[in-house]
Each structure stands twice: as C-alpha cells, then as structure tokens.
Design a protein around this ligand. Sequence first.
Ligand code: NAP
Length: 282
Amino acid sequence: MAKIIDGKTISQQIKDELKEKVAALKAEGTEIALAVIQVGTDPASTVYVGNKKKACEYVGIRSESYELPEETTQEELLQLIDTLNHKDSVYGILVQLPLPEHIQEDMVIRAIAPEKDVDGFHPQSVGALSIGQKGFVSCTPAGIIQLLKRSGVEIEGKECVVIGRSNIVGKPMALLLLRENGTVTVTHSKTKDLRSVCKRADILVVAIGKPKMIDASYVKEGAVVIDVGVHRNENRKLCGDVDFESVEPIASAITPVPGGVGPMTIAMLMYNCVQAVEIRKG
Ligand code: NAP
C-alpha cells in the first residue's frame, strides 16, 4: 500500500504560510496585486481563472481582472501588458493560456516584464532556472518539488525519470530535480523502450497527457510516483496519466488525481506572487 501524497493538505499549508507573509507585507505598506488576463470565454479557462482569483482572495492578494473578448487583437493584448508592466501596484501578470489562434503565445509571454512573470514562462525565467539562478519557476513543477519535500521524499542521489518534455512541465521538472541533486532522465514520445527506462526510477514523474497510460509494468517496486495528468474519463470522473489502481499497490508513495499535483499549481502561483516582492526589491 502506497502512502498517498495529499496535495490538498500540502497546498493548504502553503497558502496559510503565504497568508501570514502577505499580511506582514501589508502591515509594512506593500499590497500585492496580480493582473489576470483572459482572452475569450473558453469554459475550462474560466474555471482556472476563477480558482486563481479565489486563491488570491484567500491569501490576501488583490486580483485585477481583465476579461477581453475573443476578437481582441495581438496588438491590443500587447498594449495592455505594456501598461501593466509599468503599473507599480501590479506585482504579477498572468495571461491565461491557451490564447485564441490569431494570437502568438510566445510573443505574449515575451512581452511580460520578467520581474512580473509569475507563471515562470518567460525565456529569462527559464534561462535563470537552467543556470541555477534565482527567478520565477513554472508553478506545476515547483509544486511537485514541494510535494516531495513536504512528504519527506529525499531527492538527492535518486534516479528520477520524467515522462514528458513540455516547456511548462517536463523540462522545468527535470531542471528542478537536477537542482535537488537527483540523477535525471527525461523521456518523450521518441524514447525507445520507455518501460525499462521508467522501471529504473526511484521517483517517476508522469506528464504525458495520456489517460491512465502508466500502469504497474512501468514502475519499480517502492518507487514514488507523481501523476501530473488531468483528464475526464467516459463517466466525467477525473483521472490522471497513471493507472492508480494498478500502480498504487507497488509504489511507496503516489499522488492521486484529483487532489495531488493539481492544487499545488495554484498554491505555487501564490508563492510566485509573494516572491515578486523580493524580486522587485532585487
Ligand atoms: P504536452 O505538452 O502534451 O506534453 C506531453 C509530453 O509527453 C511530450 O513531451 C510528449 O513527447 C510526451 N509523450 C506523449 N506521448 C508519449 C508516449 N507515448 N511515450 C512517451 N512520451 C510521450 O503536455 P503537458 O502540458 O506537459 O501536460 C501533461 C499532462 O499534465 C496533461 O494531462 C495536462 O493536462 C497535465 N497538466 C496538469 C497540470 C496541473 O496543474 N495538474 C498542469 C499542466 C499540465 P514529445 O515531446 O516527443 O511529443
């Protein structure tokens, strides 16, 4: 029986710690505001944005909402970002992805001032992470490090295998595990014999985007398994990239879906908003 790594409880701890910090900053005269930009009315994005605003309210961060119509031009969006870059009261700028097809995401990400890049997607933030300098870290992988540390999982010296090499999860995850002195292998769709590579892992992070693909045949007895995937199955129930029922009996610890990695992403966004105060101070 694996220990269940409880993302709900750990994310709540983090938000409570941040709440205290935010209150202390307020008492010193610093009020943190996060600008949240949504273009269009994609229902999933609306839910994510709503959850982020709720978390802001809980922690004591003021959220400034910019709900733009689907037909907003790239120029108009870049103009808004430029205005927010120069607005002192705004510490973080978040543009909810995905954007409508006529807007180039990478142009928008680059337009955000690096010191307000609380999503950690700007090339400067990614570069800082890769050379071990201070900066914003992408929220989902940063949350996974917190899950591991706060569950007492030692990373140093461990064989860590990451399935997936996306810019927002797989790659920064690998860099963070490396920073923690793990021995890291990154796998992807062209990896030969994925099963045997995964079987080496003491810590297996699965960010593949394929419902329940990773079953017990990919997992070493006693491994720690982190499931980043989020899907709805045919009964509209949430499931991950890991086949929980198959893997749980042989893992030493595992994250559930829901209630594992998911809640950590927003908690780490709040963490990054607080970090923005320090980053601005230099
Ligand atoms: P993504 O951009 O689609 O990347 C998926 C990665 O998996 C790619 O690198 C791909 O390889 C690799 N892959 C696909 N099929 C594979 C296979 N058969 N064998 C080995 N590797 C394979 O996805 P993502 O944005 O990283 O997200 C991954 C999952 O996490 C999704 O389910 C997403 O919804 C979820 N997610 C959750 C959160 C959260 O807060 N919980 C946050 C972000 C993402 P190639 O590079 O070769 O194509």
